[in-house]
Design a protein around this ligand. Sequence first.
Ligand SMILES: [Zn+2]
Length: 167
Amino acid sequence: MTDPHFLPSFPPMSLALAQAVAAGQRGEVPVGAVVVLQGTVIAQAGNRVEELCDASAHAELLALRAAAQVLHSPRLPGCDLYVTLEPCALCATAISFFRIRRLYFGAYDPKGGGVDHGPRLFSQPTLHHAPEVYGGIAESQCKKLLKEFFREMRYNNASNVLGGQHA
Ligand SMILES: [Zn+2]
């Protein structure tokens, strides 16, 4: 995080990006999320799917749960969520259940996203609560991080196969 050009000028998203970078360094898909209430960051998290052996330990869910603990409330009305990647259907549903006011996300996810793609959760008429949604915040930085991670992963997998090192 030493390159100042890497950080967007939008502070909560830079914190989310820092969480994403840290997740990538732990070998997780680099996604980070931050919950903000009245200008204060009350929770932040990165993906911990591998570490927790939990396919649902997405950054958003971890950050939402942590924020709920901080506020001693199962719902978070008035809170905003910043996440580096378009939330999946699971996280989008959780965002609705937690009553998040505004959702800001970075990169769009045509394959796994559930907000602007796939089920488009927040457009469903049966949904009780939908946040205001702002996509593409610091999009290039968020995208770059994911791209580099998956490029490296493919490279490592390829060299493992070539070197016969796979267990
Ligand atoms: Zn998710």
